[in-house]
Structures are given as C-alpha cells and as structure tokens.
Design a protein around this ligand. Structure first.
Ligand SMILES: [Zn+2]
Ligand SMILES: [Zn+2]
Length: 356
C-alpha cells in the first residue's frame, strides 16, 4: 500500500544562519519489510540539534532536518514488523539504525554498535540521508521504535527519548537506587531528567548547579541537596561521599572543576559524562593524583538501548514521572533552538506538529 505521508520538515539550508529553518521536502528512508512509518505529532529540541545546526560537531549534511525526540502515530508497517500496528502511538530517539548482528547489538548494547546510524545527519547504506523530527514523518526499523504507554502524554514522552534515556542509561548501569548517593551536574534538559529518575529509583540526590535561580525548581524536582558550584570549595564538605556522578555539562569552561568533582566520589565511585561538547572543547586536564585518593573511575555513556528505553518508560508510567517542558508550534523551532542555546529553557522545549 503506498504511503500517504508527504515528507517535509523545517530544514537547515544555509549554515551561516543556523536557526533559520526552511520548510523543505526530503526523501525518506527506503521502506523495508521491518520498517514502521510514523506521522509525527511532537518532537523535543535537544542540545545535539544546536551542536549539529551550528556545525559545532563538524560540517553537517544539507538540507538537514534536526530533531530526535519524536512521538507520533504509526501510519504503515512492513510485512515483517511484529511489534506495531497502524494507529499505535510510538516514539523514536537519537538512534535509527545499527547492524543488529555484532556482539554489541546482540547484547542489548545496540547504542554502541560500530555501525550505528544517527536519527538525523546520518546515512543509510543505500545513500539516503537520515532526517529528523522537525518534520511530518519518519520511517524506522522497528528495533528503533518505542511503544508509548497510554498513561504518558505525547508531549511528555517525546523528550524522554533522548534527554531522558541519555541519563537513565548511566543511572541504571552504575546502580542508582536505595542507599546510593548520586550527584547530578548541570540541571538543564538532561540534568532535570537525571534528578527525576534518580529520585524515582530511590537514590539520595545531590544536584550541582551554577545557576542559583534554578534552586526552587530543583527542590521541587525532588533533589535532596542543592550545591552552588560557583562557591569556592563547594566540593570539600562532600569529599569521599558520592557513589556516582552523572555530568550533563556540554560546554567545558577552562575552570571546569573536574578534579573537584572526582574528589567527591567514594571509593571506586564513578563519574560519567553524558554531555558532548563541541569538537574543539576537550575535557579539562587531569593528573593521576585525581584518581589516587579514592580509586575513582571516569567514563562516558551514549544514549541508551531499546531495553533501557522500555524500562525507563515503565518507570515513568509506574511512578508518574513528568518532565518540566514547554510546548510550542513546530514553526517556532528558531525560538526554541535559540532559547536552548542561551540557557533560557525550563527545562525542555517540545515542538508540536503544525505542517499541513
Ligand atoms: Zn551492531
Ligand atoms: Zn538528543
């Protein structure tokens, strides 16, 4: 049956005007028997969109439709699709492809597949460029499509699929739960989810922020302790305390106190950075001294797997976790992108479909 969806979206066409997106038609993924076609209703606005559109992670493909926090309705399924049917409410996150054959893929680590394909600015083996969710529709292999539980609103589910999952994955992997002290650095879109999940998992949460204007919000999100990192020696009282720190910071200033963060970890504590700054903005320099006092571990994490995503959605459903979001029509993507870049967002923008 031919698709009735017309594929068009708000695309970057001129990188010198990174937030001026133009309504443009694009070629969707070549439809395969395992594919699901989705008419998009909502799409969250992620920091990755800003890094990609501003060319901070390197030159992007053009035209480019960003957006990888996608929710919509299934309009078509391939013959081999077993999990979904037309009319289902589903989502797509930051990853849209992988080999599905390698050790990582077979171990529910498809988010670490060497042949992973990003939801936008990526390329399928047949040369079709992937285009994201500031658009009418998307096609995806069913492995990269998530069923949305009935109890979760579409606008709420959307930003869970990248921001939410990106912090859920390390919290789960490194054991956030009852009896654990978990630090969250940077309370923006990702960080606010990290506070919400870590509390829902039963951990004691320490929120680190440089923005005192967010204090009341962070309290309301449920953080047990709020630490102002602009205060001198903020880390000292917490030396040897935290079991895990998840950092969402994606701009490393020269005075980023990474060594101070590591000093707050308890023995074998783990510091995970999920924020990925521009290519010319590496981690601050460390010395082995920084690891000697507590045997701490420094690492990273990349989005999350489908298995983790389904667990996260179940946690959100069961514990009624609601993100702090602001919705606006998709044509206002410029306002959302600029608000995110200048840190005005509280705490995630979600675009609502307006293309006829
Ligand atoms: Zn693979
Ligand atoms: Zn993202």
């Amino acid at each position: 049956m031919p698709s009735e969806l017309e594929f068009k979206g708000y695309a970057l066409t001129d990188p010198s005007k990174w937030s001026d997106l133009k309504l443009t038609s694009f070629k969707p993924k070549t439809f395969q028997p395992e594919d699901v076609e989705i008419a998009i209703t909502h799409c969250g606005v992620c920091g990755s969109d800003v890094h990609t559109l501003t060319q901070g992670w390197g030159e992007s493909k053009l035209p480019l439709v960003a957006g990888h926090e996608i929710v919509g309705k299934v309009t078509r399924v391939g013959d081999k699709v077993s999990e979904f049917k037309v009319g289902d409410r589903v989502g797509v996150g930051a990853q849209i492809g992988a080999c599905l054959k390698c050790r990582a893929c077979k171990s529910d680590y498809e988010n670490y597949c060497p042949d992973s394909i990003e939801t936008y600015n990526g390329e399928y083996p047949d040369g079709v460029v992937t285009q994201g969710g500031y658009s009418t529709g998307i096609r995806a292999h069913e492995r990269f499509v998530f069923p949305i539980p009935e109890e979760i609103e579409s606008a709420h589910a959307a930003s869970m699929l990248c921001a939410g999952l990106t912090v859920y994955s390390p919290l789960k992997t490194y054991g956030a739960g009852p009896g654990k002290k978990v630090g969250i650095v940077g309370i923006g879109g990702l960080g606010h989810y990290a506070v919400l999940w870590a509390k829902a998992m039963g951990a004691e949460v320490y929120a680190f922020t440089h923005d005192p204007e967010k204090t009341e919000d962070i309290k309301e999100m449920g953080a047990d302790h709020i630490i102002d990192v602009t205060k001198k020696d903020f880390a000292k009282p917490l030396a040897h305390t935290l079991d895990l720190i998840v950092s969402t910071v994606d701009v490393f200033k020269s005075d980023m106190p990474l060594g101070d963060y590591l000093s707050m970890l308890f023995v074998h504590g783990t510091f995970i950075t999920v924020g990925i700054p521009d290519a010319d903005n590496p981690l601050p320099q460390l010395h082995p001294f920084n690891f000697a006092g507590n045997g701490c571990v420094l690492g990273g994490s990349h989005v999350g797997s489908k298995k983790e995503c389904l667990e996260m959605l179940e946690l959100a459903r069961k514990k009624n976790v609601r993100p702090w979001i602001e919705t606006m029509p998709m044509k206002d993507a410029k306002r959302a992108l600029e608000g995110l870049k200048s840190n005005k967002v509280r705490y995630r923008y979600v675009l609502v479909q307006d293309i006829n």
